[in-house]
Design a protein around this ligand. Structure first.
Ligand SMILES: [Zn+2]
Ligand SMILES: [Zn+2]
Length: 339
């Protein structure tokens, strides 16, 4: 009898263990990616399972017709857009992907955490894909070239293709040595989920204790999470799509990258994409005072506090003798030459 009972308990706990393991695997983006080469060799295809999160994100925005709006909800959505855009541009891009400055382990984790709420996956996946883009920009290997694959593929389609899902850790060894960053990268749906719950909870408390603000938990979820994150996603993606299509080219780069004030304003400075493709190691992407680059101003301010240091300057050659393309005539000549 005793033996039987202990066997039953063992089976039960094994069953519980299996459920727990399945849940962990479901959240673990690295699970099932062991054969990286085989996955990367797959043909590109839009996968329904990978489209679902984006569909949910966009559908969540429609909740605005149910929950309405309040100044508090809109202000929080705008604030979260700006803070998270800075985490993406200043840290996911200019720090993790390009290492254009130095910072402490704690600061890099905090900004990785803020960036991870943006539903643009983990810092290692983002950096790996971005480094790959710079290596292959607008050639056959580029996973999001609008000139070769069209606007929609470069904007969102490529993210839903199974071959682009895993992180190639061999390309981000400098980041993979930090287990806390690897954790954020593996469990990349956990942070956005907790962030959504936190906003919902904050909305509840604001509604309970400051009813004059007119905000509810559902309203804060829709504005602070769904709307803010969706707009943030499209603005960031416009650098992969529009920044290789619209604007002017100052430098002869092997790709079709362009400079655009409009894209620079909505992305806090990433619109100077042609500058960036030519000098990707510089912290600053707007090379002149009129090339507004808010992320750079914020990074500069952070450097005064000592939180970050060793910002890499724009090389002098950027201003001197780098074959600037000055006229629209040259631009189209260059474009037709490429084609
Ligand atoms: Zn690019
Ligand atoms: Zn870059």
């Amino acid at each position: 009898m005793k033996q039987k009972m202990s066997h039953a308990t063992k089976t039960k706990s094994a069953g519980g263990g299996n459920v727990l393991r399945s849940v962990v695997h479901w959240f673990d983006s690295d699970y099932g990616n062991e054969n990286l080469a085989a996955i990367r060799a797959k043909p590109d295809k839009i996968e329904v399972m990978r489209v679902l999160p984006f569909l949910l994100l966009h559908l969540g925005c429609l909740g605005v017709f149910v929950v309405g709006w309040s100044w508090t909800a809109v202000a929080i959505a705008v604030f979260l857009y700006l803070v998270r855009m800075f985490a993406i541009t200043g840290f996911y891009h200019r720090y993790f992907s390009h290492k254009t400055f130095h910072t402490s382990r704690l600061a890099q984790f905090i900004f990785a955490l803020i960036g991870a709420t943006a539903v643009q996956r983990g810092p290692l996946w983002w950096s790996y894909q971005h480094r790959h883009h710079h290596k292959h920009s607008d050639d056959e290997e580029d996973v999001h070239s609008p000139t070769l694959r069209g606007f929609w593929w470069s904007h969102i389609g490529w993210i839903t293709s199974a071959r682009n899902f895993p992180t190639d850790y061999s390309q981000v060894r400098d980041l993979a040595k930090f287990p806390e960053l690897v954790f954020l990268n593996r469990f990349d749906s956990l942070v956005p989920a907790l962030f959504a719950v936190a906003l919902f909870t904050l909305g509840y408390f604001l509604g309970e204790f400051s009813p004059s603000l007119g905000v509810t938990s559902w309203q804060l979820l829709v504005w602070g999470f769904f709307i803010s994150t969706t707009v943030l996603f499209h603005a960031t993606s416009s650098i992969n799509s529009l920044a290789h299509l619209l604007g002017k080219r100052r430098y002869e780069t092997k790709d079709n990258s362009r400079n655009s004030l409009f894209l620079a304003l909505i992305t806090l400075g990433e619109g100077w994409h042609n500058n960036h493709h030519r000098y990707m190691n510089a912290t600053r992407q707007g090379f002149y005072w009129w090339e507004i680059d808010i992320s750079y101003y914020l990074l500069k301010a952070l450097s005064w506090t000592g939180l970050i240091w060793n910002l890499k300057p724009v090389p002098l050659t950027a201003y001197e003798n780098d074959h600037p393309i000055r006229t629209g005539k040259n631009l189209s000549a260059n474009h037709s030459h490429r084609a």
